[in-house]
Structures are given as C-alpha cells and as structure tokens.
Design a binder for this molecule. Structure first.
Ligand code: LMR
Length: 334
C-alpha cells in the first residue's frame, strides 16, 4: 500500500511537471530507467539518446538515465511507466506480458532467428510494426527496437547435450516461452529480476542462467558460473517504450526532435551491439574464470529437436497470428 501511494505521488508529480510548457518551467525531464550497465549496447544507446535529445532540442529536454536498476527493477519499472513516474524504458521484449501483450514472447522461441541479419530485417519489417500496434492499444508507444544479440547459457557443469539440463534450476527473465524451453529440457526455470541474478548464482539459489556476453561480462555472471555454452539458442532484444499520454502530450516540434534523436540513437546502438558482444566474450575468455563451450552442428541439432515442442505449446500463449506472421516473414515452419 505504502509503495502504491509513493508511486501514485510520484506519478502525480511527474504529470504536473510535464503539463508545464518547456520554457516557463525549465526543461522537460525524461527519466530513462533500465537494468543493465552503462557499458553495454543498451547502456550506451540510452546515453547516446540523452546526448542527441538534449542537443536536438537545444536543452529544452533533459534526459536523466538511470542504469543498473538504480531507479527501478524489472517489474517495478513497467508499473512506473504505466503510472507516469518514469517516461522511458527499454525492457527486453521477454518482459512485456505484464503490459498485456504476450505476443512479444514469440520472439523468444528457440532457434527462431537464423542470424543477426535475419533478426534485424524482421524487426524493421512487418513483425516489428505488428507488435508495436498491439502495444498502442495498451496506452504504450513503441519507439524503437534495440539489439543485444544471442543468448548463451551457463551452469557449474558443462551443458553440451539436452540431458545436461536435467534437474538444474535456471533463472529466466520473464517469458513463458523461455520457461517452456527450459522445462522441455527437464530443467526448472524461475523468474527473477536481473539485479538479483549474480547473488542467486553465487549462493546457489539457481544453478544457471542465460544471457548475452555483454550482460554476463558487465554483471560478472561468468565469475560464478564454471561453464558457459555459446549456444545462440535465443535472441535478446529491447523495445524502447514511452507512455502514450506523455508522448502525445509533448509539443509537436519537440516530439519530432526526440524522434530524430531516437532514430539516430537506434542506428548507433544496433551498429555496436554485435561488436560489443564479441568484445565481451573475448574478455570473458581472457578472464580464465569460466570454460567456454561451442556446440558442434550435430549437438546443435540435438538441442533444436529437444526444444522443438516449445513451438506447438506457444500457440496457447502467444496466439496463432504472430506465429503465422513469423512463419511468413522468416520463411520457416511453425
Ligand atoms: C535480463 O533480465 O536478463 C535482461 O533482460 C536484462 C537486459 O535488460 O538486458
């Protein structure tokens, strides 16, 4: 109750301050909250947006970036956006079900995107647009998709064959599709806020996790996981989102400048994501604190077969339309 009142208070304050015209009341403040380190593709993207937004609006907008869950953790930040106490987020699309759009979870299907280029084309095209339309109906405007590459998976024992997952507890970020693909491997998935993962791995609350190299490296997950498989079994992407009421209430010239800042920050983020992850993986390797494993083609096929039942199950979670659209755009069978 106390937390709710605090949030409501913050929301009322945020709304009041944004109702004021930019010049009379000082700059329009955009609080941009996220859960990863500054030194990651998303962290750098948020800082680039800040730089460009403040430049293009001649200081009429001030962007305050709060990285590393310093303002809100995963679940709280979504509530805060709906209440208006934060203006901009870039959650992983695996965390969108609480917004009422489970369809985003289809992007978590294992082995869905063949490579980086296939992913990028899909999100720029009809798939990305279709998902943003769904969001609009919930009072949220999607501004951009930011890339963070493919997931690796880790534990304190080597994960080479599907049977190696049996009985292990894995931290997942929120998607029921990820929940399902771990379950079909015989593992026990558990949703947990990103900020709590390091400690949970360290103390054995969970045995393993999945994430991208940049997140492993900056959160030091590799220091508390003896084995990492560079599996690329699923993709991690973000949607930059704003509360539609806030966004549509901005003076049109300012909104336009912010859209340009977002477009440029998006090009920048998506252009560095791949290399950031290559560099992070090299640093993980150089640290000597974990053993990296790569799957052979035959092992990859074993994983694909073992995880395949996720696709049939997905229909009841994300619905047929998004599965049909993915099948059509990616030229794959569902
Ligand atoms: C996670 O929770 O694992 C990721 O979504 C964190 C992030 O934002 O990259």
């Amino acid at each position: 109750m106390k937390k709710f009142c605090l949030l409501l208070g913050a929301a009322a304050f945020a709304m009041a301050s944004h109702a004021l015209p930019a010049n009379a009341a000082g700059p329009i403040v955009i609080k941009f909250s996220h859960v990863v380190a500054n030194d990651t593709p998303k962290g750098k993207g948020a800082l680039k947006f800040k730089e460009l937004a403040e430049k293009y609006t001649n200081g009429k907008v001030k962007v305050e970036v709060y990285p590393n869950s310093t303002l809100y953790k995963d679940k709280e930040e979504i509530e805060a956006l709906q209440l208006g106490s934060v203006q901009m987020l870039a959650p992983s699309t695996a965390k969108f079900a609480p917004l009422g759009v489970k369809e985003f979870e289809a992007l978590d299907l294992p082995w869905l995107f063949k490579d980086d280029a296939t992913y990028a084309a899909a999100m720029k095209g009809p798939i990305g647009k279709w998902l943003f339309e769904k969001l609009k109906k919930k009072g949220i405007t999607g501004l951009a998709y930011w890339d963070n590459g493919f997931h690796m998976v880790s534990a304190n024992r080597p994960l080479i064959h599907p049977s190696d997952f049996q009985g292990l507890k894995f931290r997942i970020s929120g998607s029921k599709i990820a929940d399902r693909y771990f379950r079909v491997l015989g593992a026990i998935p558990q949703i947990m806020a990103f900020s709590e993962v390091y400690q949970a791995l360290q103390t054995g609350v969970v045995d393993g996790c999945e994430n991208t190299p940049s997140n492993y490296y900056t959160q030091k997950f590799h220091e508390v996981q003896k084995h990492i498989t560079v599996s690329n079994h699923a993709h991690l992407q973000y949607a930059v989102i704003v509360n539609s009421k806030f966004w549509n209430g901005l003076p049109p010239d300012i909104r336009k400048q912010l859209e340009k800042a977002m477009d440029d920050a998006t090009d920048y983020t998506n252009s560095i994501a791949r290399q950031e992850n290559v560099d992070a993986l090299a640093k993980i390797k150089a640290s000597g604190k974990t053993t990296l494993h790569y799957l052979t083609d035959a092992e990859k096929v074993e994983w694909q077969k073992a995880m395949r039942p996720t696709y049939k199950w997905a229909k009841s979670r994300v619905g047929q339309p998004i599965l049909d659209l993915l099948a059509k755009e990616l030229h794959i069978q569902m």
